[in-house]
Ligand binder design. Structure first.
Ligand SMILES: O=C(O)CC1=CCC(=O)O1
Length: 264
C-alpha cells in the first residue's frame, strides 16, 4: 500500500509498471475506490504505467471534512502526479472521475495528452438532487441510499444477491465515509464544466453503458459533442460502471483509441 500527503490530504495510490511506458491515470466515481479498475488493468497487460488512486474521502484516502469542490479533487490529482514525477499522461475518468479528468485537462494541457471519459458529463445532476443526496447520507447513512444507487450502477442481471461481486461492490459503497461521499456530492452540485470542456482540443473517447441510470447515453453523447473530434461509444449490457460489468469491451475500445491517439 502506498500513501502520500499531497495538497493537504493523505491519498492512497498505486503507481505500477515501468515508468518509461506511457502513463494511464485512473480516476474513480462517487462511492468507489481504485479496485474498480482491477479487471481493466489485468486485461491491458504491461503496455502502460498504471497510476490509480482513491480520491479524498474514498477508499483508504483521508476523509477531510465535507464539503469539497471539484477544484479540490483536481488539485489533489495534479499534486499526486507531481509527487510521483508523472509529466505526461492519458486520464481515464469514470463519472465524477471524468469531471476530475476534464478539470485537469483544462488546467494542465501540458500534462493531459488524451482522455477517456466513462459514464460522465460536463455537468451531472441538479442542485436539488445533490442536496437531497447530501441530506439523506448525512441523516440516515449511505446504506439508506444503497438500493437506489445500485440500480443505477448495475444492470438487473448483475444485481442479484447470489452474485458475490454485487455484494462486494455494495460493501465498497456503504463503507465510503460520510464526509467523502457528501463532500463529493457538494463538489458535483457546484461544478459545471461546459465552457472549459468546449475549449479542450485533446483526443477524447467517451464511453457509456447502455443501461447507465446516472449518466445516460444521451448525456454522455452531449459531453462528447462539446469536444471537436471526440469519439462516442455505447457499451451493451452495462450500467454506470462498465469497467466492472464489461471490462473486455472497455479495454477493446480503450486500446483502439489509445493507438489512434498515438498513446501506446
Ligand atoms: O450515485 C450515482 O448516481 C452515480 C454517480 C454520480 C456521480 C458519480 O461519480 O457517480
Amino acid at each position: 500500500m502506498t500513501f502520500a500527503r499531497v495538497n493537504g490530504v493523505v491519498l492512497h495510490f498505486e503507481d505500477r509498471g515501468d515508468k518509461a511506458r506511457p502513463a494511464l491515470v485512473f480516476a474513480n466515481s462517487l462511492g468507489t475506490d481504485f479496485r474498480i479498475w482491477d479487471a481493466v488493468l489485468d486485461l491491458l497487460g504491461d503496455r502502460f504505467r498504471f497510476i490509480r488512486y482513491d480520491k479524498r474521502g474514498h477508499g483508504l484516502s483521508e476523509a477531510t471534512p465535507a464539503p469539497y469542490t471539484l477544484e479540490d479533487h483536481v488539485s489533489d490529482l495534479e499534486s499526486l502526479l507531481e509527487h510521483i514525477g508523472a509529466t505526461s499522461c492519458a486520464v481515464v475518468g469514470l463519472s465524477v472521475g471524468g469531471m476530475i479528468a476534464q478539470g485537469l485537462a483544462a488546467k494542465r494541457p501540458d500534462l493531459v495528452k488524451a482522455m477517456i471519459l466513462m459514464d460522465t458529463a460536463h455537468k451531472i445532476g441538479t442542485a436539488d438532487m445533490w442536496n437531497q443526496r447530501i441530506e439523506g447520507v448525512t441523516r440516515e447513512g449511505i446504506a439508506s441510499l444503497a438500493d437506489a444507487i445500485m440500480q443505477r450502477w448495475f444492470t438487473p442481471a448483475y444485481r442479484t444477491p447470489e452474485n458475490p461481486d454485487f455484494v462486494g461492490y455494495t460493501a465498497m459503497l456503504t463503507r465510503t465515509t460520510v464526509d467523502g461521499y457528501a463532500g463529493t456530492c457538494a463538489a458535483l452540485r457546484d461544478a459545471d464544466f461546459t465552457e472549459s470542456t468546449k475549449a479542450l482540443t485533446l483526443p477524447v473517447l467517451a464511453l457509456v453503458g447502455d443501461q447507465d441510470g446516472s449518466t445516460p447515453p444521451d448525456l454522455v453523447r452531449s459531453t462528447a459533442e462539446l469536444v471537436k473530434g471526440a469519439d462516442f461509444r455505447i457499451i451493451p449490457d452495462a450500467g454506470h460502471l462498465p469497467c466492472i460489468e464489461q471490462p473486455q469491451a472497455v479495454v477493446n475500445l480503450m486500446s483502439n483509441f489509445l493507438k489512434q491517439a498515438r498513446f501506446s
